[in-house]
Design a protein around this ligand. Structure first.
Ligand code: PHE
Length: 689
């Protein structure tokens, strides 16, 4: 079909020397777009045609004009609706029955097709002309031939309108011919042997063509989900703990965590003990003594367990049963350096338990663990952090249930509502580390440590729709599954913004703490470096202002100097000019200008520092509320990964230099795009605005 069309176009051109796509569409009675498509295919033949793009105005029917074309004019409709025997009927009746009757009636009256008869009560209407011809309908058919005056008249009646369309004007090229010869794509041995290559046409080499897909390694789903968790932790300012030791001793795995030596978890039924080497012998002596004391005699306000603590039990080597063993080592080490400094640690690594194997349990799995040590942390901080952490995973409905761990008090199991399964499922465990664990390590008394842990396998199985763990780990894993499963982007953009959601009431049999209000209003502190004001902040706030009712207060840390004044004032003024819209959810931003390291501590606020972090967070909020405004994670995994890569580059280069920006400009120019993803603005594009 297209080849035929292509040949017809060439035939026409050979006869008339010139043609334009719109005339061709009328002449061949095919859609203009089809002609354009055929011309584009012809352009692939070198020098066959000379093509120039122009725009031209063209008259087209409006929807109402189309109605007239199909069903007749409004005046004819009124005339036809009246009795053929010229008897009179109620005008009101006709007006209610016939579409477009009002216009039709006035036109029919003006053309003397019908007449009105006013009686005392109501107005009647009857045919006047013996017969009519529907010129308007005829004119709609012959639109292009109408005189300018008639076109004006119909434009006034809104039956036709003028469209500007892009057309292609064609002339013969130096290699013009009416036959299209398919060029060769390959120089084959046959073509070479009989010299046929000398007369053949060849396709030009397409340097932009993609190569054949390489057979490469693939990331296992667990690794993909792990990457997502890592990003979330890093985004929240956490540092990764070194967890590269599967073999641990009982001291760090249990004793340091105030887990008594007769605890059932320390039984061979639950833990894999190592036979070679069976014991460890290097321990920090002082600390070991303090741990022994707190277990056997108590201290720090605790009565301890009052049993005979044995070093032999603590020495036993094992495969670590949780990564909390590493958290214990890290907290101990923190106090070995110097004075206490608040820290946020995370780890994602393998642990081992002597479990009965079933569809959802293996003897080894991965734990995701987060730990925050800071002054005066409370259970409220833990709940707030958990909400923030799980929100970044796309989980917004959480419930907490009191639980018991030897090393945390209080402890909470974390449940989330799984929209797909339509039920509450347990996703993790958490708590505030006990003083019996922290004080022997030397942490100050007013420092609390909140922590939580979850398995990596569970969210992975949910994400990839697997219901048997053996499909994910072990010898039965289908490699095809590993190769074909897409990148993991946790469903962050699934729900629209919800405000004023009801706070759930405590459930009497198990008290459930539900802190929904925490996120009714977005509240945050932004730290902005006065020496390098973030270039993305203005465009992002313009977009954010479309989906949030933003109020900003700006503040300056005493480190800010006069030379930064101009840039700061410029951005501050812009922020104060943001318009407010009370129908949108509220966002309260505290912007703090500073220089060098941020040293302020703000409790109860989400703190964002570094422009890439700010951009990621704002980008998600904007996209979540309205993905038409900005593309980041809703445009597909490959694209999101590309953006993330570029953002990391920006982050590495921060403060942004001319060079790094130039590099990114190149990124966009190669593809000749308006924005990175074509016509739609992406999170990366805001850095160029
Ligand atoms: N270690 C716990 C487990 O193995 C998880 C956890 C970590 C609980 C930190 C509380 C605090 O399940």
């Amino acid at each position: 079909m297209t080849t035929e069309l292509m040949e017809n176009i060439l035939g026409y051109l050979s006869e008339y020397g010139e043609a334009d796509s719109l005339d061709l569409a009328h002449r061949f009675a095919v859609d203009h777009q089809k002609i354009v498509g055929a011309i584009k295919s012809l352009q692939a033949f070198e020098d066959l045609l000379k093509v120039e793009s122009k725009s031209r105005k063209e008259w087209v029917l409006t929807d109402e004009g189309q109605h007239v074309l199909e069903k007749g004019s409004h005046e004819a409709a009124v005339y036809n609706a009246l009795p053929a025997d010229f008897s009179a009927v109620s005008q009101a009746d006709i007006l209610s029955k016939v579409p477009f009757a009002k216009v039709g009636l006035s036109k029919a009256l003006a053309a003397s097709m019908v007449e009105l008869i006013k009686t005392g009560k109501e107005t009647l209407i009857k045919r006047k002309a013996p017969s009519i011809t529907d010129n308007v309908q005829k004119h709609m058919k012959e639109l292009q031939m109408l005189s300018d005056d008639s076109k004006k008249e119909y434009k006034k009646r809104k039956l036709i309108k003028e469209n500007i369309i892009k057309i292609m004007v064609l002339q013969k090229g130096p290699n013009f011919s009416t036959k299209i010869e398919k060029p060769e794509a390959d120089l084959t041995a046959d073509l070479l042997m009989n010299d046929a290559w000398k007369t053949k046409k060849f396709k030009p080499i397409n340097l932009n063509a993609l190569g054949a897909a390489l057979d490469v390694g693939h990331l296992h789903p667990l690794l993909k989900v792990r990457t997502e968790f890592r990003k979330i932790f890093l985004e929240m300012g956490f540092e990764e703990m070194p967890t590269n030791n599967y073999v641990e001793n009982s001291f760090w795995n249990f004793d340091a965590l105030f887990q008594p030596q007769q605890h059932p978890a320390r039984d061979a039924h639950d833990t894999f003990f190592i036979s070679e080497p069976a014991i460890s012998s290097k321990f920090p002596e002082d600390y070991l003594k303090r741990v022994e004391t707190v277990h056997s005699k108590g201290g720090y306000g605790s009565q301890g367990y009052k049993y005979d603590w044995k070093i032999e039990e603590a020495q036993k080597n094992l495969l670590r049963t949780h990564t909390t063993a590493v958290s214990a080592r890290m907290l101990y080490q923190l106090m070995q350096k110097s004075e206490f400094k608040p820290v946020r640690y995370f780890s994602i690594d393998r642990v081992f338990r002597n479990e009965t194997l079933d569809a959802t349990h293996l003897a080894e799995f991965h734990q995701v663990e987060g730990v925050i040590a800071d002054y005066d942390l409370t259970l409220g901080d833990l709940i707030g952090v958990l909400y923030e952490f799980f929100k970044k995973l796309g989980i917004e409905k959480l419930e907490f249930k009191p639980a018991y761990n030897p090393y945390t008090e209080p402890s909470m199991e974390i449940f989330c509502f799984h929209e797909g399964l339509n039920k509450w499922i347990e996703i993790g465990n958490s708590g505030v580390f006990r003083p019996e664990m922290l004080l022997p390590m030397g942490l100050p008394e007013n420092v609390n440590v909140i922590a939580w842990g979850l398995s990596l396998e569970r969210p992975t199985m949910i994400k990839y729709g697997l219901n048997n763990i053996r499909d994910l780990v072990g010898p039965k894993v289908d490699l095809q599954m590993v190769q074909e499963n897409p990148l993991c982007r946790l469903d962050k953009c699934r729900t629209a913004i919800k405000v004023n959601e009801k706070v759930m009431i405590n459930n009497s049999c198990s008290p459930i703490i539900f802190l929904r209000e925490v996120f009714e209003t977005e509240e945050m502190a932004l730290f902005c470096d006065a020496d390098h004001p973030p270039c993305c902040i203005k465009p992002l706030l313009v977009l954010l202002n479309k989906v949030y009712n933003i109020s900003v207060t700006t503040h300056e840390h005493s480190s800010v100097v006069q030379s930064c004044r101009k840039d700061i004032n410029n951005i501050n003024r812009f922020l104060l000019d943001l318009t407010s819209n009370n129908t949108l959810p509220k966002m309260v931003i505290t912007l703090i200008w500073h220089r060098g390291e941020t040293c302020l501590k703000l409790s109860n606020k989400r703190v964002l520092a570094g422009q890439v972090n700010v951009a990621r967070y704002f980008g998600r909020l904007i996209e979540k509320a309205n993905s038409e405004l900005l593309k980041y994670e809703s445009f597909g995994a490959t694209f999101a990964a590309q953006i993330d890569m570029a953002l990391s580059k920006i982050e590495e280069a921060e403060p942004l230099t001319q060079n790094s920006l130039a590099l990114l400009h190149e990124f966009r120019k190669i593809d000749n795009l308006n924005y990175i993803c074509g016509d739609e603005m992406s999170l990366l594009d805001v850095f160029f605005m």
